[in-house]
Design a binder for this molecule. Structure first.
Ligand code: ASN
Length: 252
């Protein structure tokens, strides 16, 4: 009798342990698929020396994941591709210097903002173009699905210019440098970095437009725990000084 009771208890305990492990292990082993831009220095860009993507977003994500104990794999596929991957469910999230905007918040849930920036117009240094009025009758380079493209599209008719779309920032800059297009609209810190670090024959014109915050994003209603962890991790690395260290590494 006693033996039977012990046997039953042992089996029950074993079953409990297996079931407990299954749910616990499942949670721990989730690897989030996170998409990002592919040529958006200093936020994400290919580092030939290490063969890896580096930048503010890459470092912040690594530090936050470490702090919160979640695993992820990063796919640097471009901005428009990242949006498509998140919306189709192929990716769990994206971090791509993505500006938080009310219209985007209808289809994405954003983390707290982690960096402030806005767009600016850039032209070939000796082009003589000094204002939006000078764009009349010309073509302007923009990057598909970006805040810069949306802004340019919103004023194109008023200023009489047409748009030409590119898939990444470097191709867009090249189109302006080689005279294919008269100007481009890009995030100030990104085009500023490119002009400085690559000695591009471009200059920025006018004021910073639409200042706003960059956020980490998931498809609306999905992965709420990931947004929570990102926010908590961001707060923790701000408190510990690691956030400041990461930004300082890229000149901020
Ligand atoms: N800052 C751009 C946007 O929010 C994103 C990018 O070009 N990576 O539209």
């Amino acid at each position: 009798m006693k033996k039977t009771v012990i046997r039953v208890l042992t089996i029950a305990l074993a079953v409990l342990m297996i079931v407990g492990c299954m749910s616990g292990c499942k949670k721990d082993s989730k690897t989030y698929v996170i998409y990002s831009d592919n040529a958006f220095a200093p936020f994400e860009y290919y580092d030939a020396a290490t063969g890896a993507y580096i930048g503010v977003d890459m470092d912040l994500l690594a530090a936050i994941a470490k702090d919160q104990g979640f695993k992820y794999e990063i796919h640097n596929e471009g901005f428009d591709a990242s949006m498509g991957a998140v919306q189709s469910g192929q990716a769990d999230a994206m971090i791509a210097g993505m500006t938080i905007r009310p219209d985007r918040a209808e289809v994405y849930d954003f983390s707290d903002g982690y960096f402030e920036d806005g767009q600016i117009m850039a032209v070939k240094a000796d082009s003589g173009i000094d204002s939006l009025e000078d764009l009349n009758g010309l073509t302007v380079a923009v990057k598909t699905s970006t805040a810069g493209a949306d802004y340019a599209a919103s004023i194109a008719d008023d200023y009489g210019f047409t748009l030409q779309y590119y898939e990444d920032s470097p191709t867009m800059y090249t189109a302006v440098v080689n005279g294919t297009n008269a100007a481009c609209f890009e995030d100030r810190s990104v085009v500023g970095w490119a002009i400085q670090s690559e000695n591009l024959d471009l200059k920025t014109v006018g004021d910073v437009l639409n200042p706003g915050s960059y956020g980490f994003a998931v498809k609306k209603g999905s992965n709420p725990e990931l947004i929570k962890m990102f926010n908590q991790g961001l707060a923790n690395i701000k408190a510990s000084g690691e956030y400041d260290k990461i930004l300082a590494k890229y000149g901020y």
